[in-house]
Design a protein around this ligand. Structure first.
Ligand code: NAD
Ligand code: UFG
Length: 340
């Protein structure tokens, strides 16, 4: 049976996607180097799927090991490439790590695709490529703006590399531009578990509610938005995971109309930071300790997706609400911390 390679499959989005792939009948092999995940994630996947996917612990920056992997697994039908470093601040301090890990590894993987005739490739991109868009909601035709961070730049460069190879080979690729993924699997067997202090809003909220962080800082309430806090498009992780399965199916069945296609993956609805906080309080009954602080450098004011293309062309639509996502994030946090 052919397999789907999921790089970074033990990470947050990768693990949820592995579950959905297995539910759809795909046989999966994971590559991960555990730089931002642990082997326990495999137990969570197995508990949900009753299937433990083959997993190779290796670093995609090791070209020789990547080559050997493809010799060992010579039946890869498609690749979903999640593995990357993703901390925006760290990328400013250590840009070469980001260019090597996010761009270098991608080149090695694509070489294997070209040399072995692997045709189906899904890439994890980000709405960060749009910067602060001129019009909202954002369509896929919106211009890519100069990146604010090396991390954002790796996503832009990676899309260009994949596009170029798709024109020069048999590669068919889809770039999914994620908006803000949040939440956890409904079973609470897998979820988001950032190492160290969370950089993202929802894990910071759940850790504050769990008493691990004293206080949540809201970065600015003087933006030109209805309540003054920034607006994002928060998408449930399970909806996002399902979009990958549909995109993969499109490539495998050769329904794609271009060798390189781009889709926004969001809900189409913008929510402010304060709305997220109040929704969390409402859904979980927790009162959150938060304070307004200065703006965070590099934050854009407002971003949310036009999801029309994904709805029409992929037949995919986000189904879950932000409230469901926040409830699942809290259920996961409680399980991890042993809170009743
Ligand atoms: P994550 O850190 O939870 O998962 C990434 C996984 O890749 C981790 O398990 C890590 O150990 C692994 N990895 C990293 N470098 C590797 C390497 N060189 N070799 C092998 N494994 C390696 O991150 P995530 O949130 O699941 O994000 C997945 C992808 O989606 C990334 O490409 C990220 O840039 C992109 N993305 C994430 C978000 C978000 O908000 N989470 C938004 C937009 C795009
Ligand atoms: N925020 C706070 N306090 C916090 C954390 C975040 O107020 O402690 C605010 C931010 O200022 C922002 C909003 O919450 O207004 C969301 O912030 P996140 O850090 O959760 O998400 P971002 O939109 O900044 O960025 C995330 C990922 C990027 C990715 C982008 C788009 O971190 O890697 O989504 O997918 F590119």
């Amino acid at each position: 049976m052919k397999r789907i390679l999921v790089t970074g499959g033990l990470g947050y989005i990768g693990s949820h996607t592995v579950v959905e792939l297995q539910a759809a009948g795909y046989k999966v092999v994971i590559i991960d180097n555990l730089s931002n995940s642990t082997m326990d994630v495999l137990d969570g996947i197995a508990a949900i799927s009753s299937e433990r996917p083959d997993t190779e612990i290796l670093d995609l920056r090791d070209k020789e090991k990547v080559h050997t992997f493809f010799n060992d697994y010579n039946n890869i039908e498609g690749i979903i490439h999640f593995a990357a470093s993703k901390a925006v601040g760290e990328s400013v301090e250590n840009p070469l790590l980001y260019y090597e890990n996010n761009v270098g590894s991608l080149v090695y993987l694509l070489k294997e695709c070209r040399d072995r005739g692997i045709e189906n490739f899904i890439f994890s991109s980000s709405c960060t490529v749009y910067g602060q868009p001129d019009t909202l909601p954002i369509t896929e035709d919106a211009p890519v703006k100069p990146a604010i961070s090396p991390y954002g730049n790796t996503k832009q460069i990676s899309e260009e590399i994949i596009r170029d190879l798709s024109h020069a080979s048999n590669l068919r690729a889809i770039s999914l531009r994620y908006f803000n993924p949040i939440g956890a699997h409904g079973s609470a067997e897998i979820g988001e578990l950032p190492k160290g202090v969370p950089q993202n809003l929802v894990p910071y909220i759940t850790q504050t509610a769990a008493g691990i962080r004293e206080e949540l800082s809201v970065f600015g309430n003087d933006y030109p938005t209805p309540d003054g806090s920034c607006i994002r498009d928060y998408i449930h992780i399970v909806d996002l995971a399902k979009a990958h399965v549909i995109a993969l199916q499109r490539l495998i069945s050769k329904e794609n109309t271009d060798d390189f296609e781009i889709f926004n993956v969001g809900t189409g609805k913008g929510s402010s930071v304060l709305e997220v906080i109040h929704a969390f309080e409402e859904v979980t009954g927790n009162k959150l300790n938060y304070k307004i602080v200065d703006r965070r450098p590099g934050d854009v004011i407002s971003v949310y997706a036009d999801t029309g293309k994904a709805n029409r062309v992929l037949g995919w639509k986000a189904e879950k609400t932000m409230e469901e996502a926040l409830a699942s994030a809290w259920a996961w946090e409680k399980k991890v911390r042993g809170i009743q």
